[in-house]
Design a protein around this ligand. Structure first.
Ligand code: DI6
Ligand code: FE
Length: 414
């Protein structure tokens, strides 16, 4: 609650609503019958409407009466591969007939088949295929999302992907956080020569991406079908040398001690984590690294081994959630469905699932001083929902109660 004076004039005032601020010790940081004031794209006052200083309405350029809707921070999807071309529906059929994700990858399908589609696509085509996915996310309340490269796997095509991610962030009222994932899979032309690919990545691709400021973070797929511990270590060291942040696909299909490696590099996040060990949990806790859980990939690949949620909670590791939007393991654009899956499949509470797409997702991007919470001084990125209680967001399987999106104070038509 703010006790400070309001500025002389306000850009907008949001009334007759309930707020899930996500701040403070309460589960949702809920304020029933709340109000929120915005100036220059930032929240300048938040609290119970009855505490609003006299004369506020007169000082506001716009007043929005929300009729009892709930307001949350705009959702943050902190792990996506949203820029890609084509589909992998055939692979889905193959898996349903008994092939595993790893078998398909080893036979030259999987990620590499999307690499072929992305390399063949013109920038405009890639943009045209990706933009509808971004719009779908916005319709479900997303105001910030991370987008990874990783389907180019050579310098020119990785740069092509990152430039599309940047263009989406310019054309749409959403903040795009770009991540370089050159170490997503071994490109076909390097078959049998993974170390030579890591040389190229460290000596050419990463310096090119860094010098053009196309990424803020570096990620890698540390896995039997991805990159080994030693190869990942080289890539993360190079990322650190370029001053980039670090994220890691870790312990998705097996325990490679990726979490310990991520922790050693003070990574923003370690993601997936189904096979995370207790040692890995403790390493993440000590480093302050966020655990990003991706229930869509767990569900879609029919996995049975769950991430150690209780151990992560006990160790105080912040839990974030994301869609992992990608054509192979999580073809979804629905954060709300991920919240439902996180509760049903992983045992998160609805409040934890909303924190996973707000405050803890902001932490997973290092943006928690700006977004993910309704608090004075934070960006006025809001989602307005036609629900009676915040648990309804995680409760439904499908359907979309998002009424309105507000980006830096501006109400958007979505
Ligand atoms: N793990 C995943 O689940 C995605 N990437 C990764 O490293 C899958 C990406 C794909 O199959 O296209
Ligand atoms: Fe991923």
């Amino acid at each position: 609650m703010s006790h400070t004076k309001l500025p002389d004039n306000l850009d907008s005032l949001w009334l007759d609503c309930h707020l899930a601020t996500m701040s403070g010790p309460e589960r949702y940081g809920a304020i029933k019958d709340g109000a929120l004031a915005v100036k220059d794209g930032r929240i300048v006052w938040v609290g119970p409407e009855s505490y609003l200083p006299a004369g506020s309405i007169e000082r506001a350029k716009e007043t929005h009466h929300l009729g009892g809707a709930w307001v949350t921070p705009g959702l943050i999807d902190c792990h996506t591969h949203l820029v890609y071309a084509g589909s992998r529906a055939c692979e889905f059929e193959m898996r349903l007939m008994g092939a595993t994700y790893e078998e398909i990858a080893r036979a030259g399908g999987g990620i590499v088949s999307t690499v072929k589609a992305v390399r063949a696509a013109s920038p405009d085509q890639l943009y045209a295929e990706s933009a509808p996915r971004l719009k779908a996310m916005q319709r479900e309340g997303v105001t910030t999302l991370e987008i990874k490269s990783g389907y180019g796997l050579d310098t020119a095509n990785e740069i092509k992907m990152l430039k599309i991610a940047r263009r989406l962030g310019i054309d749409f009222p959403v903040t795009v956080y770009p991540t370089f994932l050159g170490a997503h899979a071994l490109p076909p032309e390097f078959q049998g020569r993974p170390d030579a690919y890591v040389d190229l990545l460290v000596e050419e691709m990463l310096p090119a991406v860094a010098s053009q400021k196309l990424a803020l973070a570096v990620d890698a797929f540390c896995e039997r079908i991805g990159f080994s511990f030693g190869q990942t270590e080289r890539i993360l060291a190079a990322a650190e040398a370029h001053g980039l942040k670090i994220k890691l696909h870790a312990e998705q299909l097996s325990d490679q001690k990726g979490a310990q490696l991520a922790a050693r590099f003070k990574a923003l996040s370690a993601d997936h984590l189904e096979y995370l060990s207790q040692e890995g949990v403790e390493a993440l806790a000590a480093a302050g690294t966020v655990a990003v859980l991706l229930p869509g990939a767990f569900y879609f690949l029919g996995e049975t081994r769950k991430p150690p949620v209780e151990a992560l909670r006990e160790a105080g590791v912040p839990l974030a959630l994301a869609t992992d939007c990608n054509p192979g393991s999580s073809p979804t654009t629905s954060p709300l469905l991920m919240m439902n899956m996180a509760c049903v499949l992983f045992g998160l509470t609805p409040a934890e699932s909303l924190a996973g797409f707000t405050i803890n997702a902001a932490r997973a991007l290092g943006l928690h001083d700006r977004i993910g919470i309704l608090q004075q001084g934070k960006m006025a990125d809001l989602a307005v929902w036609d629900i009676n209680e915040p648990a309804e967001l995680a409760y439904r399987m499908g359907g979309n109660p998002c009424r309105l999106l507000v980006k830096e104070g501006a109400a958007l038509n979505i």
